[in-house]
Design a protein around this ligand. Structure first.
Ligand SMILES: Nc1ncnc2c1ncn2[C@@H]1O[C@H](COP(=O)(O)OP(=O)(O)OP(=O)(O)O)[C@@H](O)[C@H]1O
Length: 334
């Protein structure tokens, strides 16, 4: 995990000078709004990169600055300062050629209410030289049952799928997805996830925002945690949840009957080195939480098996992406 307090303007994925230029490269971006005579620093010195063939996720609490960052990346907002390069151009002044290579699915769908999905998708497909066949997308995203119902009458999840189909028609090289799984039932979520994975494997650069840590953990190749308008931490999910030597873990042991009786008489973790570790016992299950070291995990395992019994369960779980997110973002909503 790279915590960015020390080096706030260094996007890590650029470390290898021989690496391919990122499809999206943002350096020291700031965006300030005026609200009731007051300045709102929506984005504050944010740097990031997103590469082809990868899913890059922006995580952040409400108001962290994710949508504003994406709007600058898409050329919908002009940065107050900093630079944005999208497919090697400034998106604010991008040529029609570059715009045609980018797909965007907005948080609320942004779709016209009166038209029907089939009409809308056919209309959008006429804007491109080599569009994906509309029927193929309708099939892929399960749109057929409501293809001729006006968008106004669709559920949030159905609109979401139409919005995604519209974003995909032009075979985009870069795809922006704002909360792609919002409002989706488990089946639709699976369809959308499979599609994102296929697009990624085919070389598309996918940039998504989400509030759902499970989605990020499942999909993202690289994660930026945005806090108060800048990057507070970044890395692969594995990097971010890495336990290293002393990271917080939860260890659970369900002891065999005899060992559980021994535990009540003399718990092994009453020495000084376990002072910071919290532990609870319920029936035969002991749960230890804290910065357990590898030595302590070994000691506990040895103790639990010392009478040649095998514990019913024995597990050590690292912190989750959500734990990391809360640690980095704090608990104060903006
Ligand atoms: N046009 C605007 N005028 C004034 N303030 C704005 C404007 N757009 C965004 N903001 C403010 O900038 C901050 C960042 O907003 P942004 O929408 O980028 O956050 P976000 O991370 O996308 O949040 P969410 O997860 O809720 O969508 C918020 O405090 C928001 O109120």
């Amino acid at each position: 995990m790279v915590l960015n307090h020390a080096a706030p303007t260094q996007p890590a994925p650029d470390a290898d000078p021989g690496a391919e230029t990122p499809a999206l490269h943002i350096t020291d971006l700031s965006e300030t709004f005026e609200r009731k005579g007051r300045q709102v620093h929506a984005v504050n010195g944010l740097s990031m990169a997103a590469r082809r063939g990868q899913v890059t996720a922006l995580l952040g609490a409400n108001g962290a600055g994710k949508t504003t960052t994406l709007q600058c990346a898409q050329g919908l907002l002009r940065p107050t300062s900093g630079t944005v390069r999208l497919l090697d151009e400034d998106p604010w002044q991008a040529s029609p050629d570059v715009r045609a290579r980018v797909g965007v699915m907005l948080q609320d769908g942004g779709l016209p209410q009166a038209v029907r999905p089939m009409e809308l998708l056919r209309h959008v497909s006429r804007l491109y030289k080599d569009p994906r066949p509309v029927n193929e997308l309708i099939e892929l995203l399960g749109i057929a049952p409501f293809a001729t119902t006006s968008i106004r009458r669709l559920s949030g999840g159905q609109r979401q799928r139409v919005g995604l189909a519209a974003a995909l028609i032009g075979r985009p090289e870069v795809l922006f997805l704002d909360e792609p799984s919002a409002g989706l039932d488990p089946q639709s979520r699976q369809i959308v996830f499979d599609l994102i994975t296929q697009l990624r494997d085919a070389g598309t650069c996918i940039i998504l925002t989400t509030h759902l840590m499970d989605d990020a953990a499942r999909l993202a190749d690289y994660v930026y945690i945005v806090h108060h308008g800048s990057v507070a931490a970044q890395g692969t999910v594995a990097d971010l949840v890495s336990t290293e030597q002393h990271a917080p873990v939860v260890m659970t042991v369900t002891l065999a009957e005899q060992r559980a009786r021994d535990l009540r008489e003399q718990p092994p973790w009453q020495t000084d080195s376990y002072r910071e570790i919290e532990w609870t016992v319920k029936d035969r299950t002991v749960t230890l939480t804290g910065e357990l070291t590898a030595v302590q995990i070994r000691e506990i395992t040895e103790w639990a098996t010392a009478d040649n019994t095998i514990p019913e369960t024995l597990s050590v779980q690292p912190r989750s992406l959500e734990d990391v997110f809360l640690e980095v973002s704090g608990s104060d909503p903006r």
